[in-house]
Design a protein around this ligand. Sequence first.
Ligand SMILES: [Zn+2]
Ligand SMILES: [Zn+2]
Length: 207
Amino acid sequence: MKILPLASNSYLLETPEGPLLVDSGAPWENARLLRLLDELKPAALFLTHHHLDHVGGARLLWERYKLLVYAHPLDIPFVGGRKRRPPFPPVLLLGDWIANSARPLPQEALTAPLEGDRVMGWEVVHLPGHTLGQIGLLKDGILLAGDALRVGKDGPVVPADMVNADSAEARRTVGKIARLDVREIYVGHGPKTNPQAVRALAQRLGA
Ligand SMILES: [Zn+2]
Ligand SMILES: [Zn+2]
């Protein structure tokens, strides 16, 4: 697994069906994304959720490679441009424009996996709260959790309320992750974390 350091971490997974890219940075990082991919053509793109800093390269990669793009059905309306994302940053008038500055994907580009489905050998885990369609990938004790958790210097936390669709649900999701059989957890922002730290967080949250 290769980590591509963009506005959010992107992950490049080697699978028997070809490279699977998880998330695609922000819209202003398209050139950097292509440089980091270094001519490598992903077979598919898995979007953990609809936020701008994860879907920014999706339209470009689809236009170039006509690859399959996976996103949860609850987040597809945002990725496909049929629903507007909540303003981000929430304090600025420009927030609505910024949050929606990623070019939408056409419906034909999108495939909608559900909890328990397999995507190129990885199991899809629904981790709602940060967005309602936030999803992760699980295989061999490794969980890619997207923004279901954020890892700072004091370990994993739930993202701030103002960036979550439903923070109560996001806290319940921490409990769900704590009960998964995993060894390593990789997130959208920050370094990897471990199940012990997530279980401690779940305990503090009563999740
Ligand atoms: Zn993010
Ligand atoms: Zn996010």
